[in-house]
Design a protein around this ligand. Sequence first.
Ligand SMILES: Nc1nc2c(ncn2[C@@H]2O[C@H](COP(=O)(O)OP(=O)(O)OP(=O)(O)O)[C@@H](O)[C@H]2O)c(=O)[nH]1
Ligand SMILES: [Mg+2]
Length: 234
Amino acid sequence: MDYKDFTVVLPTLNEEETIGIIIRNLIKAYRGISVIVVDDGSKDGTKEKVMEIANGNRGVRFFDRAKSHRERGLTASAVDGILESRTKFVIVMDADLQHPIDVIKFMAPKLEKGKDLVVAIRADVKGWELHRKMISMVLIVIGYAILVMTGRSKCDDIFSGFFGVNRSLFAKTYNANRDRFVLGGYKILYDFLKCTKNGDILVDQIPYSFGLRQHGTSKAGFRQGMLLFKSFFS
Ligand SMILES: Nc1nc2c(ncn2[C@@H]2O[C@H](COP(=O)(O)OP(=O)(O)OP(=O)(O)O)[C@@H](O)[C@H]2O)c(=O)[nH]1
Ligand SMILES: [Mg+2]
């Protein structure tokens, strides 16, 4: 299979330990695939690692958000990456190797066959402490209830950061609902789901096993948790 219709969007903030590995793995495994790294001003060697690969490969781009006046954030970066990409389909995933690239080979055919959104769902989350599991469960219940009560699209992992989407559908949805996307937050998938009516888009999902971050440091924290409440109610 050829992946020329696919772009992988990788938001980064100080991921020098993993960014080179993931890009190399992607272009080796998926012939013709494009990659956009959307960076919010990393202070480590992330940019250098990406440029090293981009210089010999036209399909790899570094999008430097630090040079813009845009609001910083994971959702803001993923949105920029999706809008900047020029392929029919886009896959958004983390750059810290927590999202296994193998899932893409199951995601891509589903998108090509007409699914609008294919979500990689964390079937089994290994290593989280009890308090993180409990907070996550409460947030999932609230988030899911809101989607059901308001008749919105849903899937079994509404806060996944790993999904593939039809680019023009995403762009249309985002442009019609700009104020409802919480750009500084972490939950772009949730923002997208709540902006689409149940039954209007074709959603599919692929389970995978999610483990703890092995390299670099986590950027998720209290602020992102609070911003999720903004996502619920905007
Ligand atoms: N551009 C950009 N990328 C970000 C920002 N915050 C996080 N990221 C990237 O988004 C991805 C997810 O961030 P993580 O810190 O791994 O969050 P997480 O996976 O929820 O948390 P852990 O399980 O602790 O790793 C990584 O590739 C980060 O480098 C941001 O503000 N801007
Ligand atoms: Mg992570």
